[in-house]
Design a protein around this ligand. Structure first.
Ligand code: SF4
Ligand code: SF4
Length: 296
């Protein structure tokens, strides 16, 4: 959960279903699995901190707004060269922000970085927490480097540190079509499953290659049949609750979670997407659904 609740990226979970008698709201389709609460910090841990800008290069006085033809390609190449796994793009909308913070540039470059296996293997406690914290710092430093790269090329930026409290990172990752939020509240991606940290850079570029479709929404159905993260959580921080019409939803109880305080990652470890390849899980799930359809 790149949320600080578990050293990962979860932001509480509300799996209310899309139909039924519950009240419905008009929400952005790509983020309709929005968590119920985020405790004010967006990472679930209650750390209500904003990070100072640690970019070395100042923002340009007259920033550029248009990315030239091959700039995005070069930017991604640079990001990968320093350890970023995946780069996505999204427009920031108010529901993605944790506080009423003024964001000068509403377009975001979203970055993911792998959480090392050592964090997952560590037993919750001071050592696991240290490993987890250092992963946040590592991605923070990468983000400042990419911010410098952008500023060097004439674009203005603001970094959303992965340990910070500006934006709901899992939801932003989903909106950037990098993956889909699972029942654990973690962003699940094809590259890393639930095992990543997420950061963002708000940037003056207005022609970012924002993808409008998200092909990962099937994960919601998969999660409904799985629920392993709920069982894996030793602290009852993920609770399945009956809601109206016989539907169920998962509630994240932030006060119970020891992800932030002890580097717990059992909900990551228990997730099939951390154990098997995304494509393998999807193939099996599609085949199972096809069989069920035939039987009906
Ligand atoms: S397993 Fe439970 S306590 Fe541990 S990080 Fe995940 S939600 Fe928090
Ligand atoms: S453990 Fe299962 S239910 Fe939980 S996020 Fe992973 S796939 Fe979804």
């Amino acid at each position: 959960m790149e949320n600080k609740n578990c050293g990962c990226e979860s932001e509480s979970v509300d799996k209310s279903k899309e139909s039924g008698c519950c009240e419905s709201e008009l929400v952005d389709e790509s983020i309709k699995d929005e968590p119920k609460e985020d405790g004010g910090c967006g990472c679930g841990c209650g750390l209500n901190k904003e990070y100072p800008d640690e970019s070395f290069i100042d923002n340009p006085n007259k920033p550029k707004f248009i990315a030239e033809d091959d700039f995005i390609e070069k930017l991604e190449k640079y990001a990968h060269s320093i350890g970023i796994k995946k780069v996505g793009y999204a427009q920031i909308t108010p529901e993605l922000l944790i506080k009423d913070k003024f964001i000068q540039y509403p377009n975001a470059i979203v970055l993911t970085m792998e959480m090392g296996k050592e964090i997952i293997e560590a037993t919750p406690g001071p050592e696991a927490q240290k490993l987890n914290d250092s992963a946040y710092e590592k991605l923070g430093n990468m983000s400042y480097k990419i911010s410098d790269y952008l500023r060097e090329h004439g674009y203005a930026t603001e970094v959303a540190h992965p340990y910070g409290s500006i934006v709901k990172f899992s939801q932003l990752g989903q909106k950037a079509n990098l993956g889909w939020i699972g029942q654990s509240g973690l962003l699940i991606t094809p590259e890393l499953g639930p095992r990543q940290k997420i950061s963002a850079i708000f940037v003056s570029i207005v022609n970012l290659p924002i993808k409008e479709t998200n092909e990962h929404s099937w994960i919601t159905d998969y999660c409904e049949k799985c629920g392993k993260c709920i069982k894996a959580c030793p602290e009852k921080a993920l609770i399945e609750k009956e809601v109206c019409c016989g539907e169920k939803e998962t509630e994240f109880v932030q006060e119970h979670c020891i992800g932030c305080s002890q580097g717990c990652t059992y909900c990551i470890e228990g997730c099939p997407f951390d154990q098997k390849k995304y494509t393998h899980i999807k193939d099996k799930f599609d085949k199972m659904n096809a069989k069920l359809k035939l039987k009906q």
